[in-house]
Design a protein around this ligand. Structure first.
Ligand SMILES: [Zn+2]
Length: 300
């Protein structure tokens, strides 16, 4: 697994948080979007087929608050709970990630970069082999994003390193990109307890999810080779996703697509997901957080 310390770019301009659509324009969009709100999950899947990652579950694991021995009861509770609010925000962010990766603007920007993105693992397969530091074929990267399909677990866990997130490192299948389609595979993205997802800008969180997904895809980074795949795709994503988020690009389509992951994974929004103990026994179990901690005598 790879911890990533500097994935998030915290210097997004404030304008990202302000509506950029005129009242008149907004009305048009809402009308148009309303006509598409009835689009089914299946229809949306067909319209935006790339990066069809299946969310297997949310879980909290190893949730003891080791990062701070003086953690308050409230902090400990927060560390043990993946709240509905946090889960909903991640699902909404997944909308932005999938929609952005399906846009022709993302494809154009990625495949027309003026610099190379470089591989930091060696490997070989059906399509040949590569040497350490070799420039990647960006069309092949895009192909992997298109056909990527596997089960993903979003996990919240204890960490005191200050890392933003980490992703399980997948097999290096760059030379057999079709292998990225593997419904039987399970991989994970981990968020430290102290990261409050709902306080982060959605473009940044989406960018982090994409970075960690590139680890799931089998790509790494190190301090020697510049412009790795995980870091290199982030500014491309952010440039397009920010325009989409701000309503400057494909606003009507995006409004119509929103809600895809919330509807698809609505069962995860019925209750908070809790760690039962510091060393969790059943990471995927869902319990009502207040009742559980009340029963344990941890809250009034
Ligand atoms: Zn990383």
């Amino acid at each position: 697994m790879l911890w990533c310390y500097c994935v998030e770019h915290r210097h997004l301009p404030d304008r990202g948080l302000r509506p950029r659509i005129s009242t008149f324009g907004k009305g048009i969009i809402m009308l148009a979007a309303k006509n598409n709100y009835n689009a089914s999950i299946e229809e949306k899947s067909k319209l935006y087929p790339y990066f069809d990652i299946k969310l297997d579950s949310f879980c909290v694991q190893d949730a003891d608050y080791r990062g701070d021995a003086d953690a308050t009861a409230e902090q400990q509770l927060q560390a043990r709970t993946f709240t509905v609010e946090e889960k909903r925000y991640i699902l909404q962010t997944m909308d932005l990630v999938r929609f952005t990766l399906n846009s022709p603007e993302f494809y154009d920007r990625l495949t027309n970069l003026s610099h190379t993105l470089n591989l930091t693992r060696t490997g070989s397969g059906e399509l040949g082999s590569n040497y350490y530091g070799q420039a990647a074929d960006l069309d092949r990267i895009m192909d992997m994003i298109k056909i990527g399909h596997y089960g993903l677990i979003i996990r919240k866990m204890a960490d005191s390193s200050g890392a933003i997130a980490r992703g399980d490192l997948g097999p290096f299948i760059y030379h057999d990109p079709i292998k990225i389609y593997n419904p039987d595979r399970r991989t994970r993205i981990h968020f430290p307890n102290h990261v409050k997802q709902t306080s982060r800008h959605q473009v940044n969180l989406g960018s982090t999810i994409l970075h960690e997904s590139m680890h799931n895809f089998g790509f790494t980074h190190d301090n020697t080779v510049p412009n790795s795949i995980p870091y290199g795709v982030q500014p491309v994503f952010e440039a397009v996703a920010r325009q989409i988020y701000n309503g400057e690009l494909r606003a009507q389509e995006y409004e119509a697509f929103k809600g895809y992951h919330e509807e698809k994974y609505s069962e995860w929004l019925l209750a908070d997901t809790l760690a039962l103990t510091a060393r969790i026994a059943s990471p995927d179990a869902q319990y009502d957080s207040h009742e559980y901690f009340e029963s344990m005598g941890m809250i009034e």
